[in-house]
Design a protein around this ligand. Structure first.
Ligand SMILES: [Zn+2]
Ligand SMILES: [Zn+2]
Length: 269
């Protein structure tokens, strides 16, 4: 059985984990190693089972603890080549494995694939982790707009962790200066609740069982606003699975990654 953990998500730190057959892959390490350990422990996740840390990009809220945690756990760090160069000395003594756009990297029971995202970083990626039991977990945050590549990567997921960063109105009426508002809403920034709802509607298929909304802005979004925008759209698309909203401070998990009600119905017929 595959399980998903979102140890925290937001502009102050991001870290998820996918666990399958006693093995774990960590996706982003945007907190200190001690904080990741504390959060993992609170969910019952053993970091001793981590086989690799995969990074989406080099921003501190995604990579802050990666080098130190990788050295402590003795595991490799998977990133795009440009991300590794940008991380530079922060990753000293950590082992690197390059995550290319057309490659599939095997880590124990997991196969990791990636595609580029539209974000103001060196070589940012969205990720898909396929587990030995056939389930697939997609992670896409910090994307200014959903590109064709992201749509292709996320087309057949069992679980999706997707950015729902801001509510359009709360962003426009926020205290952020116009230039910052434009950067957040721009094609190199972050996905709004509305854009997340549209992408999820498009990505929905009977096998989609879990959706986690992530990277919510504290200034320009609320759990209720994100859920109120996305839940009805998913329902209209026929989604019969579980919808979660990730929090900056409260870890989520273990979330069982099981196919959606639509797929179960098909299997039963
Ligand atoms: Zn970023
Ligand atoms: Zn971020």
């Amino acid at each position: 059985m595959t399980a998903l953990y979102v140890l925290g998500s937001g502009s102050r730190g991001n870290c998820c984990a996918v666990e399958c057959d006693g093995a774990t892959v960590l996706i982003d390490a945007g907190f200190s190693p001690r904080e990741i350990e504390r959060r993992a422990e609170s969910t019952g996740l053993s970091l001793g089972s981590v086989g690799a840390i995969v990074l989406t990009h080099e921003h501190g809220d995604h990579a802050r603890g990666a080098g130190r945690l990788a050295r402590r756990l003795g595991v490799p760090v998977l990133t795009a080549p440009g991300t590794w160069v940008r991380l530079g000395p922060r990753m000293r003594h950590a082992e690197h494995r390059a995550l290319g756009l057309c490659t599939r990297v095997q880590i124990g029971p997991f196969a990791v694939t990636a595609c580029p995202t539209s974000h103001d970083a060196a070589e940012p990626l969205a990720l898909a982790v396929e587990c030995a039991d056939g389930s697939r977990v997609g992670v896409a945050y910090d994307l200014g707009r959903p590109t064709a590549a992201v749509r292709y990567l996320l087309r057949d997921m069992t679980a999706i962790v997707l950015e729902a960063n801001h509510d359009d109105v709360l962003l426009r009426t926020s205290a952020y200066p116009p230039v910052v508002q434009r950067r957040i809403a721009g094609s190199g920034g972050h996905l709004s609740n509305r854009a997340a709802a549209e992408l999820l509607t498009e990505m929905h298929h009977p096998g989609l069982g879990v959706v986690v909304l992530a990277h919510l802005s504290r200034q320009c979004n609320t759990t209720d606003d994100a859920r109120a925008t996305v839940a009805p759209a998913l329902r209209r698309a026929g989604f019969g699975g579980a919808l979660y909203v990730a929090d900056q401070d409260e870890p989520l998990g273990p979330i069982p990654v099981v196919p959606g009600a639509g797929a179960q119905l098909r299997l039963a017929l």
